[in-house]
Design a protein around this ligand. Structure first.
Ligand code: CA
Length: 230
């Protein structure tokens, strides 16, 4: 079963969330400190980090940035800030989702499960190849290879790429991508998809300023710029 790192300085909330996650079958490591969270994220290798943005020592933003720099461990942000700009900032830091306080612990558990499902391998499918093998998506191993290099994607980046590759060339609106990637009702902002696409392009495009794989369709959304091989 998956291990969740829970970083929240409000003791009551931390214990409440912890008990809900444990009841759902997760192993939970919890801390009130951003500094300790950074150590735990490295040493314990959690499957997902639930991260409060407002921490007393190291800001949640810093923790998110370092977790993201170290790998593709998914992050669910807890934020007390209700301004749209602040939520978007969290997602731009690479968080896969967020909940705004006050939230229902049951909903938080559902979101954690949704993120982990998104990132888990699907069995028994052969790898799909696109653009004469320039892009290879192996859903059974949950691996993406671009021009021979294995690329480390977050669950959201993976979900966007897999969605676009379902029908190469077809235009997917931002709204459709939000729904496909998240798989539940989401208070979606178009810009959040744009920021994940930006991160995705940085990882997979030869020239992110002139993307060839994830193409922008003005006024429409995004499409895969490669055709399926074979
Ligand atoms: Ca806090």
């Amino acid at each position: 079963m998956a291990t969740i790192l829970l970083v929240e300085d409000e003791r009551k909330l931390r214990e409440l969330v912890r008990s809900y996650l444990e009841r759902a079958g997760f192993t939970v490591l919890s801390t009130e400190s951003g500094a300790e969270a950074l150590t735990l994220a490295t040493d314990a290798g959690p499957d997902l980090v639930v991260l409060d943005l407002g921490l007393p020592d190291v800001p949640g933003e810093t923790v998110a940035r370092e977790v993201r720099a170290a790998g593709s461990t998914p992050i669910l942000m807890l934020t007390a800030r209700s301004a749209e700009e602040d939520r978007i900032r969290g997602l731009e830091l690479g968080a896969d989702d967020y909940v705004t306080k006050p939230f229902s612990p049951r909903e938080l558990v559902l979101r954690v499960q949704a993120i982990l499902r998104r990132g888990s391998p699907a069995d028994g499918q052969a790898a799909d190849r696109y653009g004469d093998g320039a892009l290879v998506i192996d859903q059974s191993r949950r691996e993406v290879t671009v021009r021979g290099d294995l690329i480390d994607l977050t669950p959201t980046e993976w979900g966007i790429l897999v969605a676009l590759a379902t029908v190469p060339g077809r235009v997917y609106s931002r709204f459709e991508l939000i729904n496909r990637v998240r798989g539940y009702e989401f208070e979606g902002y178009e810009r959040t998809i744009d920021s994940h696409v930006k991160n995705l392009r940085r990882k997979i495009e030869s020239d992110p300023a002139s993307p060839q794989i994830v193409r922008t369709v003005l006024g429409g959304g995004y499409r895969l710029g490669l055709t399926r091989d074979g």
